[in-house]
Design a protein. Structure first.
Ligand code: ADP
Ligand code: MG
Length: 272
């Protein structure tokens, strides 16, 4: 699967008189995994809606690969860009989980194997016959993600994909996204969950009041206590541990902390 570059150039967007994005220029390379961070109302969801073609910029350009997004039909866009809504109830409509996940791929003429694989990958195989609305909201979001993965798009856009999920569900989502990233898919996720960001993104873009106010590597930004505090966020646990112990390698994931500590082969001080 080849990813596509996602590009915004000088983008303005407003809901009536309410400005939501101001002169946003952002280039996400094909295959990059980027997290979009920012306080409520910063314009994160709006930016994702522009990328998938659900909204048109008032000024500026939005491109996915060689496509100008405004003007593309939704069914065309679905071939390139898979999207999980912040409120994914808006995107489920079939009577069973399996039928919902199968709908998009069938529209695109994809084989049914991808549907079974996506259900398995996200731990939904036991829920295939369930009605999507009988599931708790976080799981409905996982169903929406399965439907998107089964379409095998080159770009994934996910609006707060881990909100409310338990640890197992969250780990499955993280693994699924990492696999897509390794396969070259472009991944753009909106999230306040910094432990998720540490696992699923290599770069972080921060929006505030409709503007890009920071754009840095995940490793740099997730260890910047002051920058995170300004967003009302705290260091992810692994970054906090790494900073407190002055661990080498700037760890931001627990597995990285564990590897450093294992490698150090430190001797515990004798109990007095
Ligand atoms: N449908 C809408 N109508 C009017 N204003 C909206 C609408 N959706 C969002 N806004 C406003 O646009 C701004 C950006 O919203 P949004 O993109 O949802 O931010 P975020 O996802 O970062 O919380 C906010 O000020 C919000 O109130
Ligand atoms: Mg939002």
């Amino acid at each position: 699967m080849t990813g596509y570059e996602v590009r915004l150039d000088g983008v303005d967007f407003a809901y009536g008189a309410r400005e939501a994005l101001r002169d946003v220029t952002l280039r996400i390379e094909a295959g990059e995994a980027v997290a979009l961070l920012g306080p409520n109302g910063a314009g994160k969801t709006t930016l994702t809606r522009l990328v998938i073609g659900l909204a048109r910029p008032r000024a500026g350009l939005v491109r996915v690969g060689d496509w100008e997004v405004p003007g593309k039909r939704p069914d065309e866009m679905a071939r390139r860009v898979g999207y999980v809504f912040q409120h994914s109830d808006q995107q489920l409509f079939a009577r069973t989980v399996a039928a919902d996940v199968a709908f998009g791929p069938r529209q695109l003429g994809r084989a049914a194997d991808g549907v079974r694989a996506a259900l398995l990958e996200l731990g939904l195989e036991g829920l295939a016959a369930a009605h999507p609305y009988d599931l708790p909201a976080p799981m409905r979001k996982v169903v929406a993600l399965a439907g998107v993965l089964a379409m095998e798009p080159g770009v994934l856009v996910l609006d707060e994909p881990t909100t409310g999920l338990d640890r197992a569900g969250r780990d499955r989502v993280i693994r699924a996204l990492r696999r897509r990233h390794e396969a070259g898919v472009t991944v753009l996720s909106v999230s306040h969950d910094l432990a998720f960001v540490a696992e699923a993104a290599e770069r972080v873009v921060v929006l505030r009041d409709g503007r890009v106010v920071a754009d840095a590597s995940a490793r740099a930004l997730l260890r910047d206590e002051a920058a995170l505090a300004a967003l009302g966020l705290r260091l992810p646990p692994a970054a906090a541990l790494g900073l407190a112990l002055d661990l080498p390698g700037a760890p931001i994931r627990m597995a990285e902390c564990a590897a450093v500590l294992r490698g150090a082969r430190w001797t515990a001080p004798a109990v007095q």
